[in-house]
Ligand binder design. Structure first.
Ligand SMILES: [Zn+2]
Length: 401
């Protein structure tokens, strides 16, 4: 179909005169006629229509003139005889282009080729470019759905035509494979899952199978409770100590006792039991503070240097939470009755299951696994269909070109 936009493009035009001027006529004679002027500057007429027995054509600087047939010839005329191309009409641009090539002349200097190309780019350029450039049809997600290295996109983008074809073939093969796989897999999985749900009471088996893990969870909760309880006990011990004693005073007392004993171990006997108790209490207090800080850091990531006397609002919030969790646990659990929890592990509980119960649990875990597989296979097939849609569009577009 004729594209009307071509009317906006100037037709190709060569400036023949400029070509003739750039080429020495003697060079043209040698190349296109295979002759050189004699010592009188004469040649036989180069015209195919004139059989010149004696040289009757005079060679000038830029043309030659035949006195016999009264014709003048320039480079393009000579080339036209040699190549069988007309110096007018449709042949002319081809003739000029070939002569330029023969003598190493830049065609852009003797034609409107540049203007023409500019106009073409302006009118067709952007659309032509878009149509020419093919974009890789798939995303990285699509490639990973097909289980293909996502680097293949780069390989396709940068690769030669051959490499592009290789990548496309790989994608098509993989797409076929995965679609076939999924189409076979999904009915099998669905059959198993539906069959299981028809024959078993999923909810009650779920509770039964989760029992060992419920115990394990209870154990974790209980451990947390004791740790939290310890933090609270430590805090109250520290507070009580600080109320009762002047910490700085107790510290210097402890240090003096310690240095005295270091010098002479016999001194120990001289201290009263009350004094010994004071030192022990102080050491206990320091150890408790350290333990308190460590536990807080461990379980609640409270700041680096936890100071009870300059507790921040964040830290006190943490402590509030600890207290809450302890209270809640005590409300909902019988602490004394739960001692047995620590003597059991999930394995012990599973051991107590009968053979039939074990099989039941095994079947249930298979069911869960297949159900998961079914869900992801169903998602995958949706994605693969999307890939198919993209590929079809891609090849349709290519075919149209
Ligand atoms: Zn002639």
């Amino acid at each position: 179909m004729y594209d009307k936009r071509w009317e906006l493009i100037p037709r190709i035009h060569f400036r023949g005169n400029e070509i003739n001027e750039q080429i020495n006529i003697k060079d043209a004679l040698l190349k296109y006629v295979g002759t050189e002027p004699n010592k009188n500057g004469m040649i036989r007429c180069p015209s195919p229509n004139h059989e010149d027995k004696n040289p009757s054509c005079k060679v000038y600087s830029d043309h030659c003139f035949c006195f016999s047939c009264q014709q003048s010839f320039r480079t393009l005329d000579l080339a036209s005889f040699a190549k069988g191309l007309n110096t007018r009409g449709r042949d002319f641009p081809t003739l000029c282009e070939e002569v330029c090539q023969d003598f190493g002349i830049d065609v852009y200097f003797v034609s409107n080729k540049y203007e023409r190309e500019q106009a073409m780019e302006k009118v067709f350029g952007s659309t032509q470019q878009q149509e020419k450039k093919e974009f890789f049809p798939l995303t990285k997600d699509d490639l990973s759905v097909l289980g293909i290295d996502t680097m293949l996109e780069t390989q396709w983008n940068k690769g030669s035509q051959e490499e592009k074809e290789k990548v496309e073939l790989l994608i098509l093969n993989r797409y076929e494979e995965i679609l076939t796989e999924l189409k076979q897999l999904i009915p099998k999985l669905r059959g198993f899952v539906e069959n299981y749900e028809r024959n078993y009471d999923v909810e009650s088996i779920k509770k039964f199978a989760a029992l060992p893990y419920a115990y394990e969870y209870d154990k974790i909760l209980r451990t947390c409770y004791f740790k939290n309880k310890k933090i609270i006990n430590l805090k109250s011990f520290i507070e009580t100590y600080e109320k009762k004693y002047d910490v700085k005073n107790e510290k210097s007392f402890m240090l003096s006792v310690r240095s005295a004993i270091k010098k002479d171990s016999q001194v120990r006997k001289k201290y009263t039991s009350a004094e010994k108790k004071r030192v022990r209490a102080y050491c206990n207090y320091i150890a408790s503070r350290k333990m308190f800080e460590r536990l807080c850091k461990m379980y609640y990531f409270i700041g680096q240097n936890f100071q009870i006397d300059n507790i921040t609002s964040e830290q006190s919030k943490c402590l509030d939470k600890i207290k809450q969790s302890v209270e809640e646990y005590e409300k909902t659990h019988d602490i004394k009755a739960e001692k047995w929890l620590f003597s059991y592990s999930p394995k012990d509980i599973i051991k107590k299951y009968t053979q039939e119960e074990k099989k039941n649990v095994k079947r249930y875990s298979d069911y869960l696994r297949y159900k998961d597989m079914l869900t992801s296979a169903e998602e995958d097939i949706k994605k693969v269909k999307e890939v198919e849609r993209k590929l079809v569009a891609f090849y349709e577009k290519r075919k149209r070109k």
